[in-house]
Ligand binder design. Structure first.
Ligand code: SAH
Ligand code: SF4
Length: 411
């Protein structure tokens, strides 16, 4: 695709929440690599000499213009569109629920059709608007096989991995809903400017452990960063892992996005309890993998996430241990006030205490922003995502929301 025009995104317009889609056995073109898409077209009889051109056309319609209907592809012949409709889909997942927090955070509960003999599954994606940027938090699995003791998602067993299509669909759907695709009338060859997008950043920090779904996450992120399509810079994509060490090496070599590590403790005995994968890949191995992450510099640091749990991991001894542990790694420490959820025994450290902890780390030369909780009122904050059958009933949710407001004010 050649970039001829740069246009601004269409304005945010209200759109009806999508209707349940018919369960379709047709494969989706979303999430296929160019090679896979070419092979799929060839199998349906598209001539060899046309394949490259057809793939570029489809790529542009799907990822630059964000169409979800083959009939919108104006420069594709009617016959070709009929063939595509007969064999493939580019439909979005069903929106089961869309909630908007009082701080502007949006959460979508999305339903994907069954794969093979399975059942439909539901996951959550969250959009967090901030000054000058907007971040979409994407899920990689339905539930999680790990059981970090402070995480709500960890109480939901793993149902299945998401496919590359389902991972990318969260981004496409968010951009649809936020009016972040160019107007359909824009000329062919249009690209979206990197500036001014509603979704300027993505983080793999939703439900699931992305590195336990490596292949699909890799395919999805390479498509999201493809310069002729969604065009998100790899510096604006962050993958967060609880510490699956072998796949951290592969992430550096094969994906090349920014890395975040859910650290949460600086001693193996405590981390074994909070982040049980530590028993398999203890701190020493985790830190070695971080040190070896390619391309690290002061401008390209690893983010270490550290949830602040009152009386558990928040002493000044812990802060000292943290500085010790990260020595020599270009690092930023993201302090996350613990977000409570129904049934948890943990409490969030007091605010002044978190600030003291942050100051201590700061004075050792590390940036240590405190992550402002966003969307807590709609259970959209870190570690609060959970879906499907175990979703809270409305009455339970109202009681929980009242408790949150009483404890935290309307943050
Ligand atoms: N599974 C991946 C990514 C998803 S979790 C991982 O663990 O890194 C995104 C971040 O939120 C992680 O750092 C996670 O440890 C943290 N988190 C989980 N539950 C939380 C909670 N209740 N309050 C605050 N942060 C939480
Ligand atoms: Fe899974 Fe991450 Fe939650 Fe741990 S913190 S249970 S790895 S989603």
């Amino acid at each position: 695709m050649s970039a001829t025009d740069v246009i601004t995104p269409s304005r945010l317009k209200p759109m009806p929440v999508s209707q349940p889609v018919e369960l379709s056995p047709k494969p989706s073109l979303i999430g296929m690599t160019r090679e896979e898409m070419g092979a799929a077209l060839k199998e349906k009889g598209v001539a060899d000499k046309q394949i490259k051109m057809r793939v570029s056309q489809l790529w542009n319609w799907i990822y630059v213009r964000g169409v979800s209907d083959f009939d919108a592809m104006a420069n594709v012949s009617k016959d070709m569109r009929e063939m595509l409709k007969a064999h493939f889909t580019i439909a979005r997942p069903e929106i089961v629920e869309e909630q908007v927090s009082n701080d502007g955070t949006r959460k979508w509960l999305l339903r994907f059709p069954p794969r093979g003999a399975g059942r439909p599954v539901e996951i959550e994606a969250v959009y967090i608007p901030e000054e000058g940027r907007g971040t979409l938090c994407i899920s990689s699995q339905v539930g999680c096989s790990l059981t970090c003791s402070f995480c709500h998602t960890g109480t939901q067993r793993l149902v299945r991995n998401l496919t590359a299509e389902e991972i990318l669909s969260q981004l496409l759907l968010a951009r649809d809903r936020l009016g972040d695709f160019p107007d359909r009338e824009a000329p062919q060859g249009t690209i979206m400017p990197a500036e001014g997008r509603k979704v300027s950043n993505i983080v793999m920090m939703g439900m699931g452990e992305p590195l336990y779904n490596f292949d699909s996450v890799k395919t999805a992120l390479l498509i999201a960063s493809d310069g002729d399509g969604l065009s998100l810079s790899k510096r604006r994509i962050t993958l967060s892992t609880s510490g699956v060490v072998p796949e951290i090496y592969r992430t550096g070599e094969e994906i090349g996005v920014m890395l975040a590590i859910s650290l949460h403790a600086v001693r193996d005995d405590l981390r074994d309890m909070l982040v049980p994968i530590n028993k398999k890949y203890p701190l020493k191995e985790l830190m070695d993998a971080c040190r070896a992450y390619p391309g690290l510099s002061n401008a390209r640091r690893i983010t270490f996430e550290y949830v602040m749990l009152k009386g558990v991991n928040d002493s000044l001894e812990d802060a000292k241990g943290l500085i010790q542990l990260l020595k020599g790694i270009p690092a930023k420490i993201n302090l996350i006030p613990f977000n409570p959820w129904p049934g948890t025994n943990y409490q969030c450290s007091d605010w002044e205490h978190i600030e003291k902890f942050a100051d201590f780390i700061n004075s050792a030369g590390y940036a240590s922003p405190i992550r402002t909780p966003r969307g807590r009122d709609i259970l959209a904050a870190c570690g609060q995502l959970k879906s499907e059958s175990e979703r809270m009933r409305k009455t339970e949710r109202l009681a929980f929301e009242a408790m949150m407001i009483a404890n935290h004010g309307e943050d």
